[in-house]
Ligand binder design. Structure first.
Ligand code: NCD
Length: 338
């Protein structure tokens, strides 16, 4: 990992993922307090720089930064000098010059956050870049799964997901959530099967270390988790689907399919959900659905990510010297909260 950025799940490796999950355990505890705030990043500034729309990811990062007592700035393209022709480079360099410590960047083009990281001194967190990656979504999904399994088995969360078989269903081809998810689940030992019509599978998955399937009904009997993806209509340029109705029939988690699932099978979705298309409205709100938990846990996981990148020194200095700052264990976070 370039120690001061989070651009891909691959930057973390298994060890880094586990470190984030354990830090997030402590921050989840902070979030339960009547005053859910710790002074860990007091004096630091976190800017959300979203060139593409978002509800939960941006708000979640802003909530995370605020709970760490960082100052926050929100860059909104529609009301910025981008509309006067200012380039992305000038925009992020301007923010950087104001003394921002971390930029949380979302962009419709793959690789944009990595490019920003080359221009600025601040730490850069990829909040979703085109079809490429969405690392914090994968981290919060791992956290949520690990929490749900621990609760079911009445034990503390384990970092290992081996033994789990996760079906990622739908528009895998255009999904950054799927790409980051596969890296993270595999790093923690889970097996992944991608289920989609052939037109919505990536052209080559040989290096992904996953199985693929085109028949959802064949897969449902042998998986522990059904992770549904939103159809990325804004990225589908050619005619890849006969009709939305047919897609829902063949790849949607309908009420009928959900009824046939074993009781312990968990259902996830990164949001925004299109109820009735990839997931039935009732199934999305049923007991087996972790959708709300995913959103809830996103804040603690993003606190862990920001803390890991920024605590202990100026982010720029850490990045420039190639030495990051190790995150303290739970004790350190608990102390920060005193
Ligand atoms: C995802 C995204 O934007 O990549 N949403 C999210 O961040 N929770 C998934 C999506 O838009 O389908």
């Amino acid at each position: 990992m370039t120690r001061s950025d989070l651009l891909s799940v691959a930057d973390l490796g298994r060890e880094g993922i586990v470190e984030v999950l354990r830090l997030a355990d402590s921050f989840a505890e902070v979030s339960e307090r009547p005053m859910p705030k710790v002074p860990a990043l007091r004096g630091r500034t976190v800017a959300t720089v979203f060139f593409e729309s978002s509800t939960r990811t941006r708000l979640s990062f802003e909530a995370a930064a605020k709970r760490l007592s960082a100052d926050t700035m929100t860059f909104t393209p529609a009301t910025s000098s981008l509309t006067k022709g200012e380039s992305m480079r000038d925009t992020v360099e301007t923010l950087d010059a104001m003394g921002v410590d971390a930029m949380v960047v979302r962009h419709a083009s793959a690789g944009a956050p990595a490019q920003v990281a080359r221009w600025v001194r601040a730490s850069v967190v990829n909040a979703g870049d085109g079809q490429h990656e969405h690392p914090t979504q994968a981290l919060l999904d791992c956290f949520t799964l690990r929490e749900a399994i621990a609760a079911r088995e009445g034990r503390a969360p384990a970092d290992d997901l081996s033994g789990l078989r996760i079906a990622i269903v739908g528009d895998v081809r255009h999904s950054r959530v799927a790409r980051s998810g596969v890296l993270a689940y595999r790093a923690l030992g889970a097996r992944v099967v991608l289920v989609a019509p052939p037109t919505l599978l990536p052209p080559d998955t040989s290096g992904w270390g996953v199985e693929t399937a085109v028949d959802l009904d064949e897969v449902l009997g042998s998986v522990d988790v059904v992770y549904l993806l939103r159809l990325q209509v804004e990225r589908i340029r050619e005619c890849l689907l006969p009709s939305l109705h047919e897609y829902a029939e063949r790849f949607g988690l309908t009420r009928d399919r959900a009824r046939r699932l074993a009781p312990e099978v968990l259902v996830m979705h990164p949001g925004p959900m299109v109820r009735g298309l990839e997931i039935d409205a009732e199934v999305a709100s049923s007991a087996r659905s972790l959708v709300t938990r995913q959103v809830h846990n996103g804040v603690a996981v993003r606190m862990a990510v920001l803390f890991r990148l920024l605590a202990g020194g100026r982010a720029g200095a850490a990045g420039a010297s190639g030495e990051g700052h190790g995150a303290p264990g739970a004790g350190g976070v608990a102390e920060a909260g005193q």
